[in-house]
Design a binder for this molecule. Structure first.
Ligand code: ASP
Ligand code: MG
Length: 422
């Protein structure tokens, strides 16, 4: 029996009609039974849906934005399908459903749950369009709702996987289908035990591919990207990048921890645990080998650069002439956890704690409210956090040209700089 392969296609690989046609071409000679395709929302759809949610939260009119989103999907379909194809009324239906969900009430208290009910529409739309197009091209695939497979807790927007149930769902529902046909499903989305939609965190579709791989004892996962594989820096930001032909799980995991956006940070662990190799390949050059991430890789320690934008540096100073103690750090972390804010860097001094966090709608405001009784708080927005793994002096000194250094931290193998454009 052939072992299962999982292939994940992200937003950039389905961003327009041409990309969807390219995806079909990649799959044409690869598709077989025991083959799972995981797709993300098309292009920047998830960001658009986030905008709609924030307009709704501010009680502003979002109808124009939702029309733009619908037209975007319909325009792609017009290029892919003949007039009168079943996909057109289907898209209309999905937008009716979306509006029905959007009409429900939202507040800062139910924001996370509301968000998860809305945001998954991007994946549902995309997976429908891609599935219909593949079938239209005589590439028969079955459509599967990922919310029936990926079982999670109710921690909306950052749901944790219930591995046991998910495995059971995959074995009982997905495996029998896969024995006969390839199956196409969505990344990023799941459901809690009550059936309420949840999501695995932004860019979580890679993680879905890994969850399915673990649950199906798959042979491999392939993530199709618009870059040649895993590079030592993002080629859209840095020049003269180097491709890793192979990486071991640990180095790959470390890169994703610091924010290398090529793979979602949670992807590596389930694959490493099961010894399933991960291939990162270019959908622009599908015959090139890309990067293979596996246990026995010979890894080179070349300087590797990871840039996170839109960072906020928050400095919390104790106000009562005491020094920073464990209890202060504990208190800060407790509030961060309650707000689901992730700390990208932490530094303490005698009288202050500095943290670097991602920008998140209205959450900073809430954090300030929760902590301003006990701390004097200052913050700077719009910063960049640059992490260098295996730095050499040459590589680091240039990184501050034109920037002001706000905070720095180094260990033997890493340097982290928080910088602001001058
Ligand atoms: N569409 C989701 C996002 O943009 C999930 C993903 O792309 O992996 O965050
Ligand atoms: Mg995406």
């Amino acid at each position: 029996m052939t072992k299962t392969q999982i292939h994940k296609f992200g937003g950039a690989s389905v961003k327009d009609a041409l990309s969807v046609q390219n995806l079909a071409n990649i799959l044409r000679n690869r598709l077989r039974n025991n083959f799972v395709i995981v797709v993300s929302a098309m292009g920047k759809t998830t960001n658009h849906l986030e905008n709609i949610i924030s307009l709704k939260l501010d009680r502003k009119d979002y109808s124009g934005n939702s029309t733009i989103l619908k037209d975007f999907h319909l325009a792609i379909c017009s290029e892919l399908f003949p007039e009168g194809h079943v996909i057109f009324p289907k898209i209309e239906n999905y937008f009716i459903l979306l509006h029905h969900e959007l009409n429900k009430s939202i507040s800062k208290d139910n924001y996370d749950e509301y968000y998860d009910r809305i945001i998954g529409f991007g994946e549902i739309l995309s997976s429908r369009i891609v599935m219909e197009y593949l079938c239209f091209q005589d590439l028969l695939v079955l459509w599967q709702d990922a919310r029936e497979l990926i079982c999670t807790d109710s921690d909306f927007r950052f749901a944790k996987v219930d591995w046991e149930r998910t495995r059971r769902n995959c074995q009982s529902q997905l495996k029998p289908k896969l024995e006969q046909f390839p199956v196409l499903t969505q990344g990023f989305i799941g459901a809690d035990r009550a059936g309420r939609p949840t999501t695995l965190g932004r860019e979580g579709s890679d993680f879905t591919a890994a969850i399915l791989a673990g649950s199906l004892d798959a042979a491999s996962v392939t993530i199709w990207k618009d870059v040649p594989g895993v590079l030592n820096a993002d080629p859209k930001i840095f020049s003269g990048t180097t491709l890793f032909v192979e990486l071991d799980y640990q180095q790959a995991a470390q890169m994703t921890y610091y924010g290398a956006s090529v793979i979602h940070p949670k992807t590596i662990k389930p694959l490493a645990n099961a010894g399933i190799p991960l291939f990162v390949k270019s959908f622009l050059d599908p015959e090139e080998p890309g990067t293979k991430i596996h246990a026995r890789a010979k890894t080179e320690s070349i300087p590797t650069f990871i840039l996170k934008k839109d960072q906020i540096l928050v400095s919390l100073k104790v106000t009562d002439f005491t020094f920073i103690e464990e209890k202060h750090i504990h208190q800060v972390y407790e509030q961060l956890q309650a707000l689901k804010l992730h700390v990208n860097m932490l530094q303490t001094s005698a009288i202050s704690i500095s943290i670097v966090i991602d920008y998140e709608l209205f959450k900073l405001e809430q954090l300030l409210t929760l902590l301003n009784q006990d701390f004097e708080i200052r913050y700077n927005e719009g910063l960049e956090l640059l992490t260098v793994l295996y730095p050499n002096t040459d590589s680091v000194s240039k990184l501050l040209d034109g920037y002001e250094l706000m905070l720095e931290q180094s260990t033997r193998n890493t340097v982290q700089l928080v910088r602001r454009l001058k």
